[in-house]
Design a protein around this ligand. Sequence first.
Ligand code: VTB
Length: 325
Amino acid sequence: MAKTASPGLDRILTLELVRVTERAAVAAARLRGRGDEKAADQVAVDAMRSELNRLPIRGTVVIGEGERDEAPMLYIGEEVGMGEGPEVDIALDPLEGTTICAKNLPNSLAVIAIAEKGSLLYAPDVYMDKIAIGPGYPAGVIDIDAPAIENLENVARAKGVSVAEITACILDRPRHARLIEEVRSTGAAIRLIGDGDVAGVIHTTDPEETGIDIYLGIGGAPEGVLAAAALRCIGGQMQGRLQLNTDEKVARAAKMGISDPTKVYQMEEMARGDVLFAATGVTDGNLLAGVKFSRDYIQTHTIVMRSSSLTVREIKAKHQDMDKF
Ligand code: VTB
């Protein structure tokens, strides 16, 4: 009988990913609000790694905790998984928003994306300029090279509202002073976030729920690839440009195969082919609830999705085998 194999990654992996981010999120959540970013990150890394190593994959971390010499675990190039099964690229951030978690503020997440080998942008840990919107817009509404005013006007027009009804999400950083001024001059509103721009980009996919229409500004490049992977699965548009503003950064990027330091990457160039993405809330957020600890169980809230089918699942899980966490 003919096999009805689905193209791309084995879809069974989709649900397996949930366990990976759930476990990292629970570990980090135990350290919410303790003011210790490093400790929260470390427990999330340990938990994610041990769960990843139970997956039937031959995985390579391509976006991880850092270069091999600066990250003892989940470093870029580390091989994870059981060592059998498909060869995959992995982008991960066991605790996206370490400071948010340490302060117990909204929207810290445990996130992971898996793609076929060679399908994710091998981005160095530098900054990336980003622009993103959610699904439902015609192609070409955003352009990273256009002034923010133009992008906001185009998004408002396509949405059928005035610019004053648009909200942009921007990282609260001194480097964004001019951008913030420009956006405000249009009458648009801004959600200034302290950290967590993976969540910021994902939030553009559900403006009614999150109040965010567009993501703008400069954040981490690894977070850019993770956000692009997520948008590939929900739909939306995103562009990114690495900020390779020193010779040293240009050289580092070149080592990772990036020959044009000023290239604008489209979402599909940052995460190609079949992509799986999962995120579990660590602290409460606009789209995902944080981990809840009660006497008899631990509750987690995860979003898990796959680009080839554009299926988005939300999984609320009650874990009663608490000693395992
Ligand atoms: C953002 C944010 C992350 O890094 O990417 C940011 O989303 C960029 O770096 O949560 P700066 O903090 O230097 O601006 C994080 O804050 C941490 O990785």
